[in-house]
Structure formats: structure tokens, C-alpha cells
Design a protein around this ligand. Structure first.
Ligand code: M6R
Length: 606
């Protein structure tokens, strides 16, 4: 959470910082600020405000020829959303921006006698004070000494008065990537989208390594002062991928990218209609003799795990546990060396998922992550990685990442079945041949966007909504409910359709929207009976099924017909309808679907 950027080079810094912050705004949008060297470096100036990057832009000078600075967009943790709590924070000679949480800030206030000297309620200002306390003219030594005293997660970019043109950076846990682009200068940021316009090469700043950035180059060293060679990576997308490309919001753009994201994720992993992870360097031995599976994730990634987990259980008949990462960390793990632990994360930086993965590694050498962001912490921490090739996902509400995670889990299921002889090649080939058609089916569904949008007005007036289904449709319902509530602020719940009459049906009154998903043939009749039960109590039913038409108005008020695919694959189709429904409902309520209140894309605090 929080987006940070630093730049020094031959170009004017202000717009690089502001434009970069705009790209990082998905990480937090409570307040924003920049700091830059002024008057030939004799002092550091700050502009900051509660609000969004546009509000910050409005208070920045039109002309600013400084070529070195740092910028921050905040998701509040310590201290409310105020101008004073916005970053950067200045203390003495030190000006810094921070992402993370300093856990021992109370002790540090005492130790450095800071009471009465602080201008904000943040833990970050205390970090600035500690660095300043260690500063006697040598920025590197001050930072090295200070971080030894800090407990918690941090990513810092620091400017020192009297050191114009220099940005110093260090991190523990909280992510930062950096690069040097000839002709422009040195960049550092929470993620590469902030500076992709200048270079597609970057390296992940290793933990507890100090980066010195100057106009003519960068220098990476460990805490003992030994030089370390950065490990550069390249992203295979460019600046246009991280822009809205004519769409009003990233969320709807990313929904429209699902066919491509699915094709890019599935196709390179198929050879001769069988799953092939050799290009990912994931060996078959990882899957041999696996007795059970634990899937660990948070939010949407966890709901993708629910779908994948249900699929694996039914297809292979092996036990699968889907664990919420923040719970898994504090429970007694039930995994052994024969457990395959699958960790799913779009960002690869979700702190609970990362820590849960570290815990799981104490019990098994079989960890596999499904991650979208190349080189992210979770990808680096796990024994093996299958990257989803979704491209950057900027909207806070995850959409294409969900679909590609499910697709990878399906491929993993096929691989597990083949390696352990619980599936035969002919059946897998049939399945994969259908899976390959899914991108075009999803494309076809996108034609129903207008019809889905027309439901938004009715949805926008609701205070509650229910999502029901059985089997895979129930697993998918959870994601449908999350999507609706996080961007429309309508209370939404998912229920196994058969479970409603054990309590929740008492909440159904005249006009309550119920989104019913009935695509699984083995329980189709049962779901229809459950739908009739809510319909009889006045629910407004939106039905998703594979029926071409439904004429019986005792079943539903609106019907979305899904292109015919095998039952296990309808989830890709239904997901898109539910995402579009949530998007237009959010718009109908006058919300910004890309930046829902109180949220941030990447949850890097516990
Ligand atoms: O980056 P991750 O996939 O680990 O993120 C996990 C959740 O924070 C994320 O899916 C969140 O639930 C989304 N806002 C849902 O749309």
C-alpha cells in the first residue's frame, strides 16, 4: 500500500513524479505529496495535501526546474487523512517518503526524545527523525545505522539537505523496483508502471540493500558497503498497456482484456493438447505423489482458489484446503512434505500471503505460486512460479487476474492428474481443447455488455444483494458478491443455493436482487427450485445459465444466456457478467470503480 517514486536525472522531475504518482494511485489515494531540491540544492521543498494526485498537481508550481525529487501517494495507516500526515516528512536534514509500518515507533519516540518535536501522527516522521539523529554528513551511514533500529516493513526514499541530485533508497518487505535509463536518469518506485514510459528494464531492490541514485548512475550495496550487481528483468508490455486506451476506467478496460489475458496465459502452456510447464521450469516431480493441496491467498485470489480447489477435488478426488492467508498464518498448519502448497496473488506482494508462504515452506518443499507481477516477493519466495500473463492490472477491483488464476489452477489440475495417473491423456486433451476456446467464448459474452449495464439502475437502488449457486457456481458467487460490494458499497453475500432456507431467506423481501447462477447440470434442477423459493418471496432474480431462453417468469426477471461450454468452464463466462454488473452498478451510484473508498490495490500491511 502507498505508492512511492523517486527520480534524479537530466529531465525536470516534477512531472515525472506527478505522472508516476498518478500511475501508482491505485496503491492508495488518501493524500499525495512530492519533495524536490530547490535553489541549487540548498534546501528541499515539499508540496503535499490530503486528497488525490490531481489535488496535489493543483498546488504544485507551474514552473519547477528541479531535476531530482521523491513522491508519495498514501493509504493511511498511522494517523488520519490530513495534510500534516501526508508524505514527504521532513525532520532536520532528512526528507523521506515511506511505505510500510514501523512497529517500534513508540520506543523510538522515547529513545530520541521526540515528543513535542513531531508535526504529524505518522510512524514515518519518526523514521525521518531516527535517520536524522544518525546523520553527521554521510547519508549512507545514517540510513544504515537507522534501519538497524527500525522494526517492521518499510520502503524509504530519502533526500538529504546539502546533497542535491541524490536519492537514497532502502527497503524491508515493502516492494520497490529501480532502474537507470540512459538519456533520462535513475528511477525508483513501488512498481514499474510508474516509470515504464522511460524503460522496460528494472530490478527489484534487494531487502536491506542501499541504493544511491545520481544523475549519472546508480550504485547498489549491502549494509557492509560491498557493491552488489542489480539483477535486471524486462517486462514484455509497454506504456500503452498501463493506460486506459480510450476506456473511461481501468476496470472496464481490464475486463475487455480478459480474452487476451486468458489466451496469453493458457496457450504457451499447452503442447500437443497437454499441459506443459517446461518453459516455466516447473518439473513434473513437483506434482508426483502429492497427497493433498493447500491453496493460500487473499480476496479475489482466494476466491479463484475456491473455484480451482473445487475443480481439483472433483476431478482428482484429492483433498484440497483453501486457506485465507491471514488466518493460515495463525493456525496450526496441516501440511506435510507431500502437500502441494499453491499460493495465488496478482501483485505478488500481499503481505499475509507472503508470510503464509514463508510459514508453509517450513513444512514442505513443494510450493508453487501463481503470480501476475514478474519478480514480485511471492514469486521470488516460492520454490516454483507459474506467472499469469494478464498484463498490468491497475483497477483496485481485480478482474482479469481472477480469470487467469482460475485458468492456471485448471492446468495444474490436469498436470497433477496426468503425473499421478488419475486422469488419462485422452480426457485431458478433450478438456484442454475446450479450455483453449474459452477466450473466444468470453469475447462473445462481452457483446452482452449493454444488456448487463441496463441492470445497473435497479442494482444501484438496492441496499442488499445475494448471489446464489451450487458447486462451482457457489464458489464463483463469492467473487461476484465481493466485486459488487467493494466498488458499489452495496451489502452483498454469496450463498450456497441450498443453504438459504437455513436462515438467510428471511432477508429476502420485495425487490431484493438475487443473482442466481445455474450452469452445473448435476444440480440445475435443485438450483431452479431454490430460485423459485426466493422468487416466491419477491426477489428480483437475475439468472445466468446456459439455457438459450427462459420464458418462465416464475424463475427470473432477467436472463443472461452463456455460450455453451462444458460445466467446468462456465465460470470464465459468468465471472465476466458479474464483473460488468458490479462495474455499471458502481457507475450508477456515482462511484469511481477504479478507486473505491478505503481500499488500495496492493495490501502490503497486515
Ligand atoms: O495482489 P493479490 O492478488 O494478492 O491481492 C489480494 C486481494 O487483496 C485482492 O484480490 C482484493 O481482494 C481485490 N481488491 C479484489 O478485487
Amino acid at each position: 500500500m502507498c505508492g512511492i517514486i523517486g527520480f534524479t536525472g537530466s529531465k525536470e522531475a516534477q512531472n515525472i513524479l506527478l505522472d508516476g504518482l498518478q500511475k501508482l494511485e491505485y496503491r492508495g489515494y488518501d493524500s499525495a505529496g512530492i519533495a524536490f531540491f530547490k535553489d541549487n540544492g540548498s534546501h528541499v521543498s515539499i508540496r503535499k495535501t490530503a486528497g488525490k494526485v490531481d489535488d496535489l498537481r493543483a498546488i504544485c508550481d507551474e514552473e519547477n526546474n528541479s531535476t531530482c525529487g521523491i513522491g508519495h501517494t498514501r493509504w493511511a495507516t498511522h494517523g488520519g487523512v490530513t495534510n500534516a500526515n501526508a508524505h514527504p516528512h521532513k525532520f532536520g536534514n532528512v526528507t523521506l517518503i515511506h511505505n510500510g509500518i514501523i512497529e517500534n515507533y513508540h520506543e523510538l519516540i522515547e529513545k530520541y526524545n521526540l515528543k513535542g518535536q513531531l508535526k504529524s501522527d505518522t510512524d514515518s516522521e519518526i523514521a525521518a527523525a531516527v535517520i536524522d539523529a544518525h546523520y553527521d554528513g554521510d547519508p549512507k551511514e545514517a540510513i544504515k545505522a537507522a534501519v538497524k533500529e527500525l522494526k517492521g516493513a518499510f520502503a524509504f526514499c530519502v533526500l538529504f539537505k546539502g546533497h542535491p541530485g541524490e536519492v537514497y533508497a532502502i527497503r524491508n518487505v515493502s516492494p520497490m523496483v529501480a532502474s537507470y535509463a540512459a538519456g533520462a536518469g535513475a528511477f525508483i518506485a513501488s512498481d514499474i508502471t510508474a516509470f515504464i514510459e522511460y524503460t522496460n528494464r528494472y530490478f527489484v531492490l534487494p531487502e536491506y540493500h542501499l541504493l544511491t541514485m545520481k544523475e549519472d548512475g546508480i550504485f547498489l550495496e549491502n549494509l557492509s558497503g560491498q557493491a552488489v550487481e542489480p539483477e535486471f528483468m524486462t517486462v514484455d508490455w509497454d506504456v500503452t498497456t498501463a493506460q486506459k486506451g480510450g476506456y473511461p476506467y481501468f476496470m472496464i478496460k481490464e475486463i475487455h482484456e480478459e480474452p487476451t489475458a486468458l489466451a496469453n496465459t493458457i496457450n504457451p502452456r499447452i503442447s500437443d493438447l497437454l499441459p506443459d510447464f517446461s518453459a516455466d521450469e516447473v518439473p513434473d516431480s513437483l506434482f508426483a505423489g502429492v497427497k493433498d493441496i493447500t491453496i493460500i491467498a487473499c480476496g479475489t485470489a482466494m476466491y479463484a482458489g475456491n473455484v480451482g480447489g473445487a475443480f481439483i477435488r472433483n476431478k482428482l478426488g484429492i483433498p484440497v484446503t483453501v486457506a485465507i492467508a491471514s488466518e493460515f498464518r495463525y493456525e496450526r498448519p496441516t501440511i506435510s512434505k507431500d502437500t502441494l502448497v499453491i499460493v495465488a496473488s496478482q501483485s505478488g506482494e500481499t503481505i499475509d500471503t507472503l508470510e503464509a508462504l514463508k510459514l508453509a515452506k517450513q513444512y514442505t518443499d513443494r510450493t508453487l505460486s501463481i503470480v501476475n507481477v514478474k519478480g514480485s516477493s511471492i514469486a521470488r519466495e516460492s520454490h516454483h512460479v507459474l506467472y499469469t500473463h494478464g498484463g498490468p492490472e491497475i483497477a483496485v477491483a481485480s478482474t482479469k487476474a481472477y480469470s487467469v488464476q482460475v485458468a492456471v489452477l485448471y492446468l495444474v489440475a490436469c498436470k497433477l492428474g496426468l503425473v499421478n495417473n488419475s486422469l488419462n491423456e485422452a480426457d485431458v486433451r478433450d478438456f484442454i481443447s475446450d479450455l483453449r476456446n474459452i477466450p473466444s467464448m468470453v469475447e462473445e459474452l462481452l457483446n452482452q455488455e449493454d444488456k448487463i449495464a441496463r441492470q445497473a439502475d435497479r442494482m444501484a437502488n438496492a441496499t442488499d444483494a445475494f448471489f446464489i449457486g451450487r458447486g462451482l457456481d457457489y464458489s464463483l458467487s463469492m467473487e461476484g458478491a465481493l466485486k459488487l460490494k467493494e466498488i458499489s458499497y452495496i451489502h452483498a453475500e454469496a450463498y450456497a443455493a441450498g443453504e438459504l432456507k437455513h436462515g438467510t431467506i428471511s432477508l429476502i423481501t420485495d425487490g431484493t436482487p438475487v443473482i442466481a447462477i445455474a450452469t452445473q447440470q448435476n444440480v440445475y434442477g435443485k438450483v431452479v427450485s431454490n430460485i423459485r423459493e426466493v422468487k416466491a418471496r419477491g426477489a428480483y432474480v437475475i439468472l445466468l445459465s446456459k439455457d438459450k431462453v427462459i420464458t418462465d417468469n416464475t424463475i427470473c426477471d432477467v436472463h443472461f444466456s452463456l455460450p455453451a461450454v462444458r460445466d467446468e468452464l462456465t465460470v470464465f463466462e459468468s465471472a465476466v457478467i458479474l464483473q460488468i454488473l458490479a462495474y455499471y452498478t458502481s457507475l450508477g451510484k456515482g462511484n469511481n470503480p477504479d478507486q473505491p473508498r478505503n481500499l488500495a490495490k496492493s495490501v502490503t500491511v497486515e
